[in-house]
Design a protein around this ligand. Structure first.
Ligand SMILES: [Zn+2]
Length: 241
């Protein structure tokens, strides 16, 4: 009987090892002051600080997409507690708040920028985007103006996929290899354009699970979650829920 239990435990361990999900967190707007409510798209400065502090205190550490790719494609080992943190839509608070909070805990993040917003009120400037890259974060593409790539019949790929990459590379002086799908929407046509145009991997939201680096799943972090709740959700995500 003992032997059977051991076999069962070993089988479970093997199952977990092959489930390749390193949690990839996705945040949108961060705010200060009392004009918003915490929800799936908004989180207060204080709550983000709480969540990140809990993760740091519990031994979590960030990795960047290059390391995730090595893990997914070449089966390079990754230490326990690894996760990726991403911020979508180039809001100015990604620079004014997220950058310093991440650095406070020794974390580095991935910032998905839609290039139409650069220098617009409420969004990051080119100088701020360059500074994020200079601080060791990854600046990545999120199209020109956030269209529904999946549902639009005719897409201007040059404008949405190729030009944004060039703009961000010029600003940061670094290669741009990663992409996030607006609204998390993707299909095989978009993936083929991404591959053809030098993108190494792409991130969706928490949609269909596919075993490809062009559909890496992310968890939308709810601004209402405590740090402990976030940890529980990350563990669930790891198990494939
Ligand atoms: Zn977006």
């Amino acid at each position: 009987m003992k032997y059977l239990i051991l076999l069962f435990v070993m089988a479970l361990a093997a199952k977990n090892a092959s489930a390749q999900n390193i949690p990839v967190l996705c945040y949108h707007q961060i705010y200060t002051g009392g004009n918003h409510k915490n929800d799936l798209l908004h989180i207060s400065w204080e709550q983000l600080n709480n969540q990140l502090k809990t993760l740091a205190d519990s031994g979590y550490h960030t990795i960047l997409p290059d390391e995730l790719l090595m893990y997914l494609t070449e089966k390079k080992t990754i230490s326990p507690g690894s996760f990726i943190i991403t911020f979508d839509d180039s809001h100015k608070e990604h620079f004014s708040i997220a950058d310093s909070l991440l650095r406070r805990y020794g974390f580095r993040g991935v910032f998905f920028v839609m290039t139409v917003t650069i220098e617009k009120p409420g969004y990051m400037t080119a100088a701020q985007i360059k500074e994020l890259a200079g601080h060791g974060h990854i600046v990545a593409a999120h199209t020109w103006d956030h269209p529904h790539l999946y549902t639009t019949g005719k897409m201007d790929w040059e404008k949405q996929l190729i030009h944004p990459r060039k703009v961000l590379e010029k600003i940061t002086g670094k290669p741009v290899w990663y992409f996030a799908y607006p609204f998390g929407e993707w299909n095989d046509t978009i993936i083929s354009y991404l591959k053809k145009n030098g993108y190494r991997a792409a991130f969706q939201l928490n949609g269909r699970r596919e075993n490809t680096v062009y559909t890496i799943r992310r968890m939308m972090v709810d601004g209402r979650w405590s740090g402990t709740r976030l940890q529980q959700e990350m563990t669930r995500f790891n198990k494939g829920d």
